[in-house]
Write a protein that binds this ligand. Structure first.
Ligand SMILES: [Zn+2]
Length: 206
């Protein structure tokens, strides 16, 4: 089993980061982490602290998605999930959003994700499209995320997540998931098939 000790080395920098959520200004503490590989960089936005309440911290591990997070693409539900998670974390006494840009396209990168999209346009589903271009269905590694959580004292958490495999991966790195809380998103005519595939072929509990 992998452990936090096997995860990449860690460099950290911290700053305040004001952002807007639903048009309102919200202040987070932002921590950037650099892993062993140049592309392994992640951002953690922390809200509140452990002294603020009784509940375990509420955490979202979010895989970067240029098309969804930035352009609000309707081919996936990333933007909706990120916004719902930000709101849930802000409503909690203590929580964090862990954002992993290098998890783009479930870890295969933007270009291959777009190649897979092009195949999906011809009727191939998200799992088979990855296989067809020789990319793994899921290439994400959660070692750096687990190490960042441990660094921030977030060793026991409630996780905003629809993907049981993610829960297992984190647990494998020594993070205790006391509760998994689903993040709802509304299907639209562009992503209905994608969401169904995530549910039927990837074990997502949507
Ligand atoms: Zn997306």
């Amino acid at each position: 089993m992998a452990s936090i000790a096997d995860a990449p080395a860690l460099e950290v920098v911290e700053t305040a980061l004001p952002i807007t959520v639903d048009g309102r200004e919200q202040m987070f503490r932002a921590f950037a982490f650099q892993g062993a590989k140049e592309e392994e960089q992640l951002l953690v936005l922390v809200h509140g602290d452990a002294s603020a309440g009784q509940a375990l911290p509420l955490v979202r591990l979010h895989s970067g998605c240029v098309t969804g997070d930035i352009f609000h693409s309707m081919r996936c539900d990333c933007y909706e999930q990120l916004q719902a998670s930000l709101k849930a974390v802000l409503e909690s006494s203590h929580g964090a959003i862990v954002y992993m840009p290098y998890h783009e396209g479930r870890g295969i990168g933007l270009f291959k994700k777009m190649r897979a999209y092009a195949l999906q346009e011809r009727g191939v589903d998200t799992v088979d499209a990855n296989t067809a271009i020789g990319a793994p269905v899921d290439a994400r590694d959660f070692g750096l995320a687990a190490k960042a959580l441990a660094y921030l004292g977030l060793n026991e958490i409630r996780l905003l997540c629809n993907n049981p495999a993610k829960v297992e991966a984190l647990a494998g790195f020594g993070i205790t998931i006391a509760e998994r809380i689903s993040v709802a998103s509304k299907p639209n005519r562009h992503n209905e098939r994608y969401l169904n595939t995530k549910r039927d072929r990837m074990g997502h509990q949507i």
